[in-house]
Design a protein around this ligand. Structure first.
Ligand code: F6P
Length: 318
C-alpha cells in the first residue's frame, strides 16, 4: 500500500502546473498520504531536492503561472545509472510513488522509472497540446489566449499601416497553437509541421489579399523558416509591407485560464486516486470529456492528428 508520494514538474513549464501540484498535494493528504515535492524535475530528483509538502504549502498557488516546484530538462535521465541515483533518493524518504507533470519527455522519464519499480503516473502539462492520448494538455488554453490576444493587437497596428503581420508561435512538433490561433483570428495563412511550408503559396495568398484588404495575418510555427526573411519576401512581392513578430517564451507565462485551472485540478485528483487504487505506469488523459488512465506507451503512441483535420476546416473559412 502506498504511504508516501512525490510530485514533480518537468520539461517546459505550462500555466496550470501549480494548480495540478496543489490538487495532488491536497488529494494525497485527504487520502491519508504524506506528499513530497521534488524541486526542478528529474534533475532535482537526481540531486535529492526533496521536501515534504503540506496543505498550506500550496495555498495561493492556483492562480499563479509557472511552477513553484521549478522544472528542468535533463537528457541524461535516459541513462539508467542516473535513474538509479534518483531511486536511491526516493528510497531515503520512503517515497513509493510519483506524480510526474509534463510533456512527452516527462512521460518517457516516468515510464522508465515505473519499469524500475517506482510507481509513476503522468499528468499532461505542456502548452503544445501535443500528447496525442489526451484531448487537451494543461497550459494549452492559457497559451492560446495569450497568443490570440497578441495577434489581435498586431492586427490593429497592421490594419492602420496596411501591413502583413507574420507571427511565429511555439510548437516545434505540433501545430496546435498555430491552427487554433489561425482559426480564432481569421488568419490568411497557417504554416506548421503538419501543413508543411510552401513559400510560393504563402506569397501568392498574401499577394491576392493585398489587392483588397488592409491587413493580413500569417501564423508560422517556430523552426519552420526565418520569419524576417519571409517578411522581406512578402514586402518585395505583394502590395503589403510585412513585419515579423516572434512571440517566444511569453507564450509560456501568465495566470492560467479557468479552463486550465479546472483541468489541472481534476487531473491532479484523478492521478492520486488512481495511484491509491493500484494503477500506475499510465497517464491521465481527457478522452471525449472523461478522465481516463492510459498506459504511457499508448498515451505516447496514439495517432491523433487534429491539426490536419482543423486545417481543412480553416481552408473553408477563407
Ligand atoms: O514546452 C514546450 C515548448 O514551449 C515548445 O513549444 C518549445 O519548442 C520548447 O518548449 C522551447 O523549450 P525551451 O524553453 O527549453 O527553449
Amino acid at each position: 500500500m502506498i504511504k508516501k508520494i512525490g510530485v514533480l514538474t518537468s520539461g517546459g513549464d505550462a500555466p496550470g502546473m501549480n494548480a495540478a501540484i496543489r490538487a495532488v498535494v491536497r488529494t494525497g493528504i485527504n487520502l491519508g498520504l504524506e506528499v513530497y515535492g521534488i524541486y526542478d524535475g528529474f534533475k532535482g530528483l537526481y540531486e535529492g531536492k526533496i521536501e515534504r509538502l503540506f496543505r498550506k504549502s500550496v495555498s495561493e498557488k492556483i492562480n499563479q503561472g509557472g511552477t513553484f516546484l521549478g522544472t528542468a530538462r535533463l537528457k541524461e535521465f535516459a541513462n539508467p545509472e542516473i535513474r538509479e541515483v534518483a531511486i536511491e533518493n526516493l528510497q531515503e524518504y520512503g517515497i513509493d510513488a510519483l506524480v510526474c507533470i509534463g510533456g512527452d519527455g516527462t512521460y518517457h522519464g516516468a515510464w522508465a522509472l515505473d519499469k524500475m519499480g517506482i510507481k509513476c503516473i503522468g499528468i499532461p502539462g505542456t502548452i503544445d497540446n501535443d500528447i496525442s492520448g489526451t484531448d487537451f494538455t494543461i497550459g494549452f488554453d492559457t497559451a492560446l489566449n495569450t497568443v490570440v490576444d497578441a495577434v489581435d493587437k498586431l492586427r490593429d497596428t497592421s490594419s492602420s499601416h496596411r501591413r502583413c503581420s507574420i507571427i511565429e508561435v511555439m510548437g516545434r512538433n505540433c501545430g496546435a497553437i498555430a491552427i487554433w490561433t489561425g482559426i480564432s483570428v481569421g488568419a490568411e495563412v497557417v504554416a506548421c509541421k503538419e501543413t508543411g511550408y510552401n513559400e510560393d503559396e504563402i506569397v501568392e495568398t498574401i499577394r491576392n489579399a493585398s489587392k483588397s484588404k488592409r491587413h493580413a495575418i500569417v501564423i508560422v510555427t517556430e523552426h519552420l523558416t526565418d520569419v524576417d526573411k519571409l517578411a522581406e519576401l512578402i514586402t518585395a512581392n505583394t502590395q503589403f509591407e510585412a513585419r515579423a513578430t516572434v512571440l517566444g517564451h511569453i507564450q509560456r507565462g501568465g495566470k492560467p485560464t479557468p479552463k486550465d485551472r479546472v483541468l489541472a485540478s481534476v487531473m491532479g485528483v484523478k492521478a492520486v486516486e488512481e495511484l491509491v487504487n493500484g494503477n500506475n505506469g499510465c497517464a491521465i488523459c481527457q478522452v471525449d470529456n472523461k478522465l481516463v488512465p492510459i498506459p504511457f506507451e499508448q498515451a505516447l503512441k496514439t495517432k491523433r492528428d487534429q491539426v490536419t483535420e482543423f486545417y481543412k476546416a480553416f481552408k473553408q473559412l477563407w
